[in-house]
Design a protein around this ligand. Structure first.
Ligand SMILES: Cc1ncc(COP(=O)(O)O)c(C=O)c1O
Length: 325
């Protein structure tokens, strides 16, 4: 079960290790959008993304309820770095299973955090099977990228901090892949500030922005078959089409069922604006929220004070910005 108390516990548990990230604003972007935008800078988080929160919470929680001899994850990016970093904090070995398509810079980063890297074919099935087999052989604890209440609670600490930092938020826009961040944030916000459309000083919506139609397809995919697949969008954190079933359950109960799909061009345009106007280096997934605000002005007309989570800063600038000439 997801519970806001678990988010509060998670915050206490991970506080000594993670950064309490700042919230920044831009008068240029406020004028451009006609809103008050608040950017929660998880690009300044340890390992460069919010993923450090969930991974560390899950590992510390597992350790508190039993002996953890090592941890294992499958990931081509931020989750792998987060698990490797978290394992290092408590001094246990870590294996990360990555697809052969993972850029060398990311493989190197995971190795630098101390992970033993195992490279598989670039399919979800190969990654899931390899990590399950290695976890069993070695007796290591598997850390799920999102579909785990401890991971979701860790990600929910983003929302707890955000609400403490900004008064009067009316909506938060979250980029989603497998749904760990969205469900953690939505679950906490919903429990903390129940829906109250009449009072604009109450946060009443957690809206979802998605790269390639991820959540919409994920919901359909879940209802049909929960079939993992990958969509080729520049927002690599948001590629999974299927939302985890535990995340899906929390999202259905806690988030607005509004999904704002944006294209790669719109994502890269928003990323450039954040770079040029706020001097912030963010990865494409982190630009989804601003892209959605620029695109869906009418749908968002009732919301003025909007929170955006700049969920990560791990970007290969030459690759991403070079594509958008
Ligand atoms: C930077 C970034 N943003 C958003 C996401 C999506 O997170 P989730 O899978 O929890 O929905 C990810 C996932 O890897 C990510 O790395």
């Amino acid at each position: 079960m997801f519970d806001k108390l678990n988010v509060e516990d998670a915050q206490e548990r991970i506080r000594p290790f993670v950064n309490a990230t700042p919230v920044l604003t831009s008068s240029y972007l406020n004028d451009l959008t006609g809103k008050n935008l608040y950017f929660k800078c998880e690009n300044f988080q340890k390992t460069g993304s919010f993923k450090a929160r969930g991974a560390l919470n899950a590992i510390l929680k597992a350790r508190s309820s039993g002996h953890v001899t090592g941890v294992i994850a499958h990931s081509g990016g931020n989750h792998g770095q987060a698990v490797a970093w978290a394992a290092k904090q408590i001094g246990v070995p870590c294996v990360v299973v990555s697809p052969s398509t993972t850029p060398k810079t990311k493989v190197d980063a995971m190795r630098d955090y101390g992970a033993e890297m195992v490279i598989t074919e670039p399919t979800m099935t190969a990654m899931v099977e390899t990590s399950a087999r290695l976890a069993k052989e070695r007796g290591y604890t598997f850390i799920d990228p999102m579909n785990d209440y401890d991971v979701m609670s860790g990600q929910g600490t983003v929302a707890k901090e955000f609400l403490e930092q900004v008064d009067g938020l009316e909506a938060v826009l979250i980029a989603t892949g497998g749904g760990g961040l969205a469900s953690g944030v939505a679950g906490y916000v919903k429990a903390q500030k129940p829906a109250c459309k009449e009072q604009v000083d109450h946060l009443d919506a957690v809206l979802i922005a998605t790269g390639g139609g991820g959540l919409a397809s994920g919901v359909a995919g879940y209802v049909k078959a929960q079939k993992p697949a990958c969509k080729d969008t520049v927002a690599d954190g948001c590629r999974p089409l299927a939302v985890g079933d535990k995340c899906f359950d929390v999202l259905l109960r806690s988030a607005e069922h509004t999904v704002f799909p944006v294209t790669d061009e719109e994502i890269l345009e928003a990323m450039k604006l954040i770079l040029q106007r706020m001097k912030l280096v963010v990865e494409p997934s982190a630009a989804l929220g601003l892209a959605a605000i620029l695109k869906y002005k009418d749908a968002l007309k009732d919301y003025h004070n909007i929170g955006l989570v700049l969920c990560g800063g791990n970007v290969d600038l030459t690759q991403n910005l070079g594509k958008h000439e």
